[in-house]
Write a protein that binds this ligand. Sequence first.
Ligand code: 5GP
Length: 238
Amino acid sequence: MQILDEIISGKAKSLYRTDDPKRLVMRFRNDTSAFDGEKTAQLDDKGRVNNHINAFVMKKIEEGGVPTHFVKLLSGQDSLVRSMEMLPIECVVRNIATGSLCRRLGIEEGLDLEPPLFEFFLKNDALHDPMINDFHILTFGWATREEIEQMKSMTFRVNEILKKLFAEAGILLVDYKLEFGRCDGRLMLGDEFSPDGCRLWDMQTREKLDKDRFRQDLGDVVETYRLVAERLGIQIDH
Ligand code: 5GP
């Protein structure tokens, strides 16, 4: 397989066309950003660590019955994925209150959320990813009614799969963001699952093991991501 030109360059990943029109290469870069791109940095080795964490987690999600765009890990910072038409929507599930939920609604930090919360956001940095609901999605044609229901059920199924997976590694899955797309006439999980797009706390100490280390200048960002990989039993090749 040949890697051709870059077609999309996001804040932390790039997508490349390949000689197979149905397949793209997703490259996890070392670039890190927060606050809608206002704070940026290059974190040595982050791309490789996140590529391996994502590959491991996507396989577990697929085994748990949720279709994903992930095909296979290629090497270092690259994975092969299905080409999809992405929806401009972010799906967030929260098991413990923190982040924007606490800021928006004055909810106490660290509160257990039972049942877990589901929120939709519009993927739009210029507008700071505003929160939206089912009606905005339908009225503006960002997804169909059926796709809205599928996004909710698949995002909650991911919660069941990953809460257990992380709990076995002594890690709390606090919250996470997923993005979906259309491929061969059906909805599939796209984008990535890595510590860049979720919150993970140590179960005993509640130490932060995710991108909040970067957002809040806590240090040891990639070292901590590597620790998450190690605790999940992920081998990272060189
Ligand atoms: P919050 O709404 O509290 O900022 O984020 C909720 C969860 O979704 C967190 O795990 C956060 O990392 C993730 N998240 C929300 N928006 C984005 C985004 O635009 N990019 C990434 N990488 N993660 C996001």
